[in-house]
Design a protein around this ligand. Structure first.
Ligand SMILES: [Zn+2]
Length: 189
């Protein structure tokens, strides 16, 4: 292949005139940001960090509240979940309504060998089996073992009485009253 041909191939393809015109009068959608124009597979591969101990390939970009990696979709739009994108790249399309679950229980992991397909019910069963549903302790009255009501807790937090006196008044142990004060067992939502 001649140098001229290589150079020609490296040139970005020219924007068709009709598209430029549409953009100029503001009637067309703005082009996607440059980062979103690079393929998902390439961007995913660039931001994975291998954990040699377990073989996990952890996503180092932004994550959602549940810890799942988020990667911007090519051409803009809602971000994709990184582990689902990894599944589609390596294993193919995810059937409608199916979840991509983690054997390794690390939401940021995108190693296709650590992923498997399951239904929503499988996902819930898997979560319970791994105890992930219990990682966030139930706080306040939503915890069935709560010994105090929200109002009593507010009273304890505002009170200048000793833990022993509060314990007597509310019929709980002194350590419970202390824990409430320290914000260990009760947090007001
Ligand atoms: Zn993993």
């Amino acid at each position: 292949m001649s140098t001229a041909r290589i150079l020609e191939e490296e040139q970005p393809s020219p924007v068709p005139y009709a598209r430029v015109k549409r953009l100029a009068d503001g009637s067309a959608r703005k082009p996607a940001p440059a980062r979103a124009r690079t393929g998902v597979a390439e961007r995913l591969a660039r931001r994975l960090s291998a954990d040699a101990a377990c073989g996990c390939l952890l996503w180092c970009g932004s994550v959602n509240r549940k810890g799942y990696g988020q990667i911007s979709a090519t051409g803009g739009g809602a971000p994709l979940l990184a582990h689902r994108a990894a599944w589609e790249i390596h294993r193919g399309a995810i059937p409608d309504g199916m979840c991509v679950l983690h054997r390794c229980d690390r939401p940021a992991c995108c190693n296709p060998d650590h992923l498997f397909l399951g239904t929503k019910a499988d996902n819930n069963a898997d979560m319970i089996a791994k105890g992930r549903d219990r990682q966030r302790p139930l706080l306040g009255e939503s915890n069935p073992q709560a010994k105090l009501t929200r109002e009593q807790v507010i009273e304890i937090l505002a009170s200048g009485e000793s833990a022993a006196a509060l314990a007597r008044r509310f019929g709980v142990s002194a350590s419970t009253a202390k824990d409430v004060r320290a914000g260990k067992t009760w947090r007001t939502p």
